[in-house]
Design a protein around this ligand. Structure first.
Ligand SMILES: Nc1ncnc2c1ncn2[C@@H]1O[C@H](COP(=O)(O)OP(=O)(O)O)[C@@H](O)[C@H]1O
Ligand SMILES: [Mg+2]
Length: 344
């Protein structure tokens, strides 16, 4: 039995997502002493909240820190600094995947395919080959389809320039322009460390999607339960020929390693009209709810939800057991339970 804090960002607007209660219940089913722990808005209170609870393991369900989505990797870094073991990806895995341009540059080293792209920074423009319309414009560093809607698909230069300007104004920093891959959308989840297991591919079924709109998973399709986009899409186990399924799983495992992911992750693909796969992005610590892609994929592989959660916990416990003794004895930068000493 392990004392587990199932940690989420209580400062984020979705407090607390259904996934928190589902993971707590699964861990309890497995005989663990699991409790939900919401992180507060103030950073200094974050440390106090965790030290009060004194878990043996942090089950990290945060997607943001103190309400800031770009700071997901800062929380992993904080746990490492404090010497507390946690499930899922560390700072490096979270950070590499957050930057969609850096991700592509790393994928290139392993000859993994991605859409041709250009990145518009304040001081520079980076691009790979000539781009062909239609194009897709999105923020480089955000997640959860923030900044993505039907107008992200652009078909002529004027719209492209306007969209790049708007994305940069509204979300700050750089805009990413990619060739729009008009075809099936498929994700492959990967679980484990020494020999990561690629689960059966899951596809977004767009059958009920509004006819005139581009088939993309924008914010409405992902979150607005009242929208036609949400009601018109569902995640299903993908029907694929064996060689294509094998190829997607091989690519997903290669990307998982190349992007330094650990415990669990999900690689998202699109297939073009000829069925050629392109990696859109990588998701370390993907959404773990029972009806989300990862759990569906695990189910399709005969791994029920409670077992999936237990596997992720085991990955982190094994890592902690193997942590060199010398690292374990290091004094955490801020010892838990001790108030910082007042300056003399
Ligand atoms: N190059 C592209 N071609 C086609 N669709 C895309 C492309 N890039 C993004 N999309 C669509 O937008 C959705 C969100 O994009 P993604 O890069 O995954 O951002 P996020 O990190 O916010 O999930 C994808 O699931 C897909 O439907
Ligand atoms: Mg995505």
């Amino acid at each position: 039995m392990t004392r587990v804090a199932v940690v989420y960002d209580a400062a984020a607007p979705y407090t607390p997502d259904i996934v928190v209660e589902q993971v707590v219940a699964a861990l309890r089913t497995g005989g663990h002493d699991a409790h939900p722990v919401g992180l507060p808005l103030e950073l200094r209170d974050v440390i106090a909240t965790l030290s009060e609870f004194r878990p043996e393991m942090v089950f990290n369900l945060t997607e943001s820190l103190c309400g800031r989505y770009e700071c997901d990797f800062h929380f992993a870094a904080l746990l490492d600094l404090l010497g507390w073991p946690f499930t899922g990806n560390d700072m490096v895995g979270l950070m590499l995947a957050q930057d969609k341009v850096l991700t592509k540059k790393l994928l290139a080293f392993d000859h993994l395919p991605f859409p041709r792209f250009a990145a518009f920074y304040d001081e520079a423009l980076e691009f790979v080959g000539d781009l062909r319309f239609p194009l897709f414009v999105k923020p480089i560093r955000l997640d959860a389809s923030i900044g993505i809607d039907a107008s992200s698909v652009v078909r002529k230069s004027l719209d492209l320039l306007e969209k790049v300007r708007q994305v940069r104004m509204e979300y700050g920093g750089a805009a990413l322009v990619e060739e729009f891959i008009e075809g099936r959308e498929i994700s492959v989840a990967v679980v484990g460390n020494e020999s990561p297991l690629a689960l059966p591919p899951i596809e977004v079924d767009f059958t009920g999607f509004p006819k005139r709109r581009p088939r993309i998973m924008d914010q409405r399709a992902k979150f607005d339960e009242t929208s036609a986009e949400y009601r018109g899409t569902k995640a299903v186990v993908a029907k694929l020929e064996d060689p294509l399924r094998d190829e997607l799983q091989r690519m997903a495992t290669t990307a998982y390693r190349c992007l330094r992911m650990r415990d669990y992750g999900r690689i998202d693909f699109r297939l073009d009209k000829q069925g050629k796969p392109f990696i859109l992005e990588a998701n370390p610590n993907p959404y773990l709810a029972k009806d989300a892609e990862l759990s569906l994929a695990a189910n399709a592989a005969g791994i029920p939800f409670a077992e999936l959660v237990e596997r992720i916990l085991r990955c982190a416990l094994d890592r902690e057991r193997r942590r060199p003794a010398v690292r374990k004895s290091e004094t955490p930068l801020l010892p838990f339970g001790d108030e910082p000493k007042p300056a003399l």
